[in-house]
Design a protein around this ligand. Structure first.
Ligand code: AMP
Ligand code: GLY
Length: 426
């Protein structure tokens, strides 16, 4: 098969690495890819939301499958674009149409979906400029902290946890009146704060059946001990020690199954990955958010633990036969550490030479590129998150130790990484 993977982060390098191992994958193309993905296939220099260019390459290169990595093309309707085009509709896109991608694209839509299908989540109300005054009053009475969420995609910045009523009202005004997040914030979800520990659960669904993938926990804060501003993710571990059999049984019964059934009842166009951002509140799972794609950096941690042929799983997803598949998981633990550019998640410089990426790494370690570019056979930094290092070992401590050793060996100006990934489990 000829396969097109959309995206250019660490997640996509990990997916490309996994796809390339399949005997079913003849030619792999990554659009746009990064300096690591040419180890697995051919990079194509287009944007993931340039649907016309994507169409052109799919026809010219006789593509058999398209796999969107990030949410942007899905929320903008790439699956509908393929399904409705007579020249493209024979090419499966492994992702939801616009209707299904709303689960990520609109927080209010996701909340209404969860209410309708009795899926545990924080209590909430939604407000726009039309009930702005009511919203202000509501916020002033709300218990603290209170969570404000811009309805639409806001590059991961649309959630604000407010510790005082003054802050909440100010934030609310900035979102609705001053359009702090543009169009994404014209509707605001006000939500109860849940106290607990978070984890990421992933399934593949063909719309009827689902296959549970390994779970992971990511570390969003820049600073050690989970301090400082949020980032795109500084590391991840899999499996998650507290996600034991009993907890995962609750997740299946109370969250995954009602979600897959709800998608069918509501006739949402949905195949592909569902990412459940969950929080365990005293052992009870609640949904914080849905995403219509895999997580980054969770993917870098979970891909090496999946022993199945990924192309086979995705074919079954496209053909409605996921019930014939069973997941084969590597029982080892996975620890991922992200190397980032100095200054990230604030302003940072790009174009720093990267040294010390070994060609030969230990058997159980993997280097996935994220924000990198190549020039004249040299590799340079090209983003905030630069490289993901994953190792597998019999226990989490050793996996993270191996990744940390490799993190020390790779050098670039301003390199930073967290040395405490997985701290609460060690
Ligand atoms: P989201 O963009 O929805 O993933 O939210 C970003 C982060 O905000 C989450 O990963 C949580 O850490 C936090 N968060 C969101 N909603 C809540 C909530 N209701 N209670 C506590 N924390 C939350
Ligand atoms: N790691 C969280 C995300 O991908 O959204």
């Amino acid at each position: 098969m000829n396969i097109l993977l959309l995206g250019g982060g660490g997640r996509e390098h990990a997916i490309a690495w996994k796809l390339k191992q399949s005997p079913l994958c003849e030619h792999l193309f990554i659009l746009p890819g990064n300096a690591g993905t040419p180890q697995c296939g051919v990079n194509l220099p287009f944007s993931v939301t340039d649907f016309e260019s994507i169409k052109k390459v799919c026809l010219e290169l006789d593509m058999d499958m398209v796999i969107p990595g990030p949410e942007d093309p899905l929320v903008k309707g790439i699956a509908d674009f393929f399904r409705n085009d007579p020249e493209l509709k024979h090419i499966p896109v492994i992702g939801p149409g616009k209707s299904g991608a709303q689960l990520e694209g609109s927080k209010a839509f996701a909340k209404q979906f969860m209410m309708r299908h009795h899926i545990p989540t924080a209590g909430y109300r939604e407000f726009t400029k039309d009930n702005f005054e009511e919203g202000k009053n509501y916020l002033q009475q709300h218990e603290l902290p209170v969570v404000l969420k811009a309805d639409g995609l806001a590059a991961g910045k649309g959630v604000v946890i407010c510790q005082s009523h003054e802050e909440a009202v100010r934030e609310f005004e900035q979102m609705i009146k001053d359009r702090k997040f543009g169009e994404a914030g014209t509707k605001v979800v006000v939500e109860q704060f849940l106290e607990g520990i978070e984890l990421s659960v992933f399934v593949l669904t063909d719309g009827k059946h689902y296959l549970l993938l390994p779970e992971a926990k990511d570390y969003k804060k820049i600073g050690e001990g989970d301090t400082g501003p949020n980032t795109g993710g500084m590391g991840a571990v899999s499996p998650v020690p507290f996600a034991d059999k009993m907890f995962m049984q609750k997740v299946k019964e109370q969250i995954i199954e009602p979600t897959v059934l709800g998608i069918q009842k509501d006739e949402l166009d949905y195949i592909g990955f569902i990412f459940f951002g969950l929080i365990s509140v005293q052992g009870e799972p609640y949904v914080i958010e849905y995403n219509c794609r895999l997580g980054d950096p969770e993917t870098e941690a979970i891909m090496p633990r999946i022993k199945n042929d990924l192309v086979e799983l995705l074919n079954a997803t496209a053909h409605g036969s996921l019930d014939t598949q069973e997941l084969d998981t590597d029982s080892r633990c996975s620890g991922t550490i992200i190397l980032v550019s100095g200054g990230y998640p604030g302003a940072y410089q790009k174009g720093k030479l990267i040294r010390g990426i070994k060609k030969q790494v230990p058997d159980a370690s993997f280097i996935f590129h994220a924000g990198t570019s190549e020039n004249d056979r040299k590799i340079f930094t090209d983003g905030g998150r630069v490289i993901a290092i994953t190792s597998l070992a019999g226990d989490l401590k050793n996996a993270l130790k191996m990744s940390a050793q490799m993190a020390e060996e790779i050098q670039f100006d301003g390199k930073y990484f967290r040395k405490d990934i997985g701290f609460e489990f060690l």
